[in-house]
Design a protein around this ligand. Structure first.
Ligand code: ADP
Ligand code: FDM
Ligand code: MG
Length: 290
């Protein structure tokens, strides 16, 4: 028998199925599917999830069934919500973060994982537009003020990140609070501790992939030198600050050699990320630096 929840399932809400006793999982699932109608949301969701308490074969069967049928609005079943992972890529400019984030996003999608890709700064919000003008050197801001704007630009997305993680969607992040701290603390008069304050409590990454490359080598890559901060002396200071941050053992830092080819680095990243997703799905979402 399948034990199922009789409450309404709103769009995006996970559905949980629990095996009670007697009868095969597929028979039980058949009875739940009974008057089913087609619903693409569920099929995508089911493909992306391994159902809690069910063997892989049953989860696969469920995904196929959901792809063929449409589910009634009032469902008698809830599918298990395994949470998504928060995956952060960090490093100095031009080490290949954006390239690897896109490759990772595509690879996870192809493997049927639910995934989102975001980047910081997010230049599309009001705060982000101000930051963008600052980075393009079209607008000057006080160093303390701009640091807080970068942090605010993260806070304004916290609920969206958290909602995704809770729905089982993994979130890949191109730069996070570590860039915030490393870049501001590379300026004179800023301590690491002061810089961390504004980001305390944002969702804690399940893994921080640090793409490590000497700033001199990164500088030789295309596109370097256009925006504020893109000069060798400053990037070397930023690199040092990142190394300080990596001493924090409460975070899952993975240092990767970013001088390898795009493909080789991608392989290393996907293998670390797959392990992270499997491990994090049963753990609570943490809060950074708390
Ligand atoms: P970031 O986001 O870290 O600033 P990008 O992903 O934008 O870096 O890459 C900067 C430049 O370096 C791009 O022209 C990109 O094609 C190139 N690049 C990225 N990864 C590698 C790599 N592993 N080897 C050589 N060039 C790379
Ligand atoms: N940057 C980025 C900061 O100074 N603080 C932050 O919190 C963040 C997220 O903005 F120079 C800097 C780092 C870099 C610039 O460049 C963003 P990209 O190319 O958009 O990543
Ligand atoms: Mg980038």
């Amino acid at each position: 028998m399948l034990q199922s929840n009789t409450s309404d399932v709103t769009p995006g809400e996970p559905i949980v199925l629990r095996q009670k006793s007697g009868g095969s999982v597929s028979q039980s699932l058949s009875s739940v599917l009974g008057s089913a109608r087609a619903d693409s949301r569920l099929s995508g969701y089911a493909r992306a999830q391994t159902l809690s308490g069910l063997p892989q074969a049953a989860a696969d069967w469920f995904a196929q069934a959901a792809a063929r049928f449409h589910w009634p609005v009032r469902l008698r079943a809830r599918m298990a919500a395994k949470r998504g992972s928060l995956i952060v890529l960090e490093g100095v400019d031009r080490v290949g973060k954006s390239t690897q984030c896109k490759r990772l996003y595509e690879a996870l999608r192809q493997r049927g994982r639910a995934v989102k890709l975001i980047c910081f700064p997010n230049r599309n919000t009001e705060i982000g537009r101000l930051i963008s003008l600052y980075l393009e050197k079209k607008y000057n801001l006080n160093d303390h003020a701009v640091h807080l704007l970068f942090a605010a630009n993260r806070w304004e997305q916290v609920s969206q990140i958290r909602n995704n993680l809770e729905k089982g969607v993994s979130v890949i992040v191109d730069r996070y609070a570590f860039s915030g701290v490393a870049f501001t603390s590379a300026k004179s008069g800023f301590t690491l501790e002061w810089c961390k304050q504004a980001d305390i409590g944002i969702p804690k990454p399940d893994v921080v992939l640090f793409l490590d490359l000497e700033p001199l080598a990164a500088m030789k890559r295309a596109g370097f030198g256009i925006e504020r901060y893109e000069n060798l002396a400053f990037q070397e200071m930023v690199h040092q600050r990142f190394k300080e941050l990596m001493k924090d053992e409460s975070l899952n830092w993975k240092v990767l050699d970013a001088s390898q080819s795009i493909d080789a680095l991608h392989q290393e990243i996907i293998s670390k990320v797959e392990k992270t997703i499997e491990k994090a799905m049963d753990e609570p979402i943490g809060e950074l630096w708390k």
